[in-house]
Design a protein around this ligand. Sequence first.
Ligand code: GCB
Length: 603
Amino acid sequence: MIKSKKNLVLIFSVLFSFASYSQQQSFNESPVLQNIESREKISLNGLWQVIIDPLENGYYNHRWLPREEGFFTNKKMEKPSDLVEYNFDTDYQLTVPGDWNSQMEKLYYYEGTVWYKRSFDYKEKEGKNTFLYFEAANYEAQVYLNGEKIGSHIGGYTPFQFDVTGKLKEKDNFLIVKVDNKRKREAIPTINTDWWNYGGITRSVHLVSTPKNYIQDYSVQLSKESSRSIEGWVKLSNSSSNDDVQINIKELKVNTNVKAKNGIAYFKVKAKPSLWSPNNPKLYTVNINTKYDKISDEIGFRTIKTEGSKILLNGEPIFLKGISIHEEAPFNSGRVTTKEECLVLLNWAKELGCNFIRLAHYPHSETMVKEAEKMGFLIWSEIPVYWTVLFDNPDTYKNAENQLTEMISRDKNRAAIVLWSVANETPESTSRNNFLSSLTKRVKALDSTRLITAALDTQKGNGKNERLIEDPLGEFVDVIGINSYCGWYGGSPESCADWEWANHYDKPMIMSEVGAGALQGLHGDVNERWTEEYQDAVYKYNIEMMKNIDFLAGVSPWILMDFKSHRRHLRRIQNDFNRKGLISEKGIPKKAFYTLQKFYNEK
Ligand code: GCB
């Protein structure tokens, strides 16, 4: 009950200060270290000892109760009469980073627990913090240091870290990670996907050293309102710090000092950067310094927005000539683990004539994003909210929101990323609409400078050739992604040219998937499935169709290279590969590659 006018004023002012505070709170409350590349660190990559444990009996006893002396204790036989039924040191080895499925034949189909162990010496520096940083592990990681649990992480494609300051010895530390990639109905992604469930510590692991008071997070970008100023914030680890923060961009003659208030320093400075674009992927060295810490990053500046059905980059309409890419290694299969592999994929996309890539269906490595940015690709980045996840389960939502937050937190300073996608081909229902609209709100709260999208496959056909986009999610996104497989999952290739699209929303549409399967080197009649000729025909007729869509702002056909999938059983043709690549897994282009290339060159 409000007793007086004074109280009412007080309540309003408290509410108001919450509102304005939360508007400024675009940073993530507990982010991992930013731009790990530029931090002082040592690598824990290389060969790790592993134990394959399908029954998880390194964790549970025969009563299915957690064991006190699980594998994480790394127990050793001390005298001949001892019974210890495991030994990391005489067991298998796997390379980190890397998935286990493609490293060991017996793990090809494996889904379950593998224990990883790595020993190391480390001399902690006086007055420094030490973080154990994982770029990614799929899917659930339980992490133990010297026998003690230090934390866990869920989600296969985003980084996580643990503060291990004071926990390391100079000699013989042992780090044990239980990695479990069992699919679960309530997980993100759920049990049913069209890509290989590669398990393991799939990206690099580092021990990172920072000062005690370190720069925890930052955002530096062009102001939304004006391309003549750069703004952002720097968050310090000491949340009560009022220290000076210096932001320096030498090439732009920017050198500004701001005072942090409660650990956060906001800034806005005048500057006239040469704007980042596919034709001018200009990055500036940004240095952030405090009394205790310094970090530098290569940052590009650009604006991205929509106007009716157009996407405007730096105020000019741009057509996104794209291609979808899975994080699958060229030539070897398995997960991409090196910069060279990223560059092979990106150079193929360049050769195709692309200015845009859809990094499907989960956040790709930071290396992939950074290399793509240097090459001038605009990027669509997404989380694996894919197909029929449990939309009415609050924990599933929390998991999705966390993966979204971790993706945005890692990549918010990448000018190349213009689209955050919250979902792919999700079936319409009230709980799905609520789930996804909440995710779009979360994106806006974290990053209001980029466009939000989702790939939809719900189109209604009024007449035979009509396709109407009226998915309620259209309300919440800025750009509508449409996955459409005319000529493959429905309709003959020739029928596609007659399809007519209508849009309920005055928003741009990207055809986020379109394509057909072909076994590279298989030739035949244009009506014969799996031939390069059939795939090529699907591309030709779909291109005709796309030329007639006046609200089409881009396209990212499915997909650059053939990729492994548990759903693709047809022996002699698929052999566990989704064959919709424009290039085979061995790096050989199919006919349709040149058809799309021609379309892009003429566009
Ligand atoms: C889709 C999915 C994609 C699949 C593709 C296919 O719509 O979004 O993940 O791989 O179709 O090949 O069926």
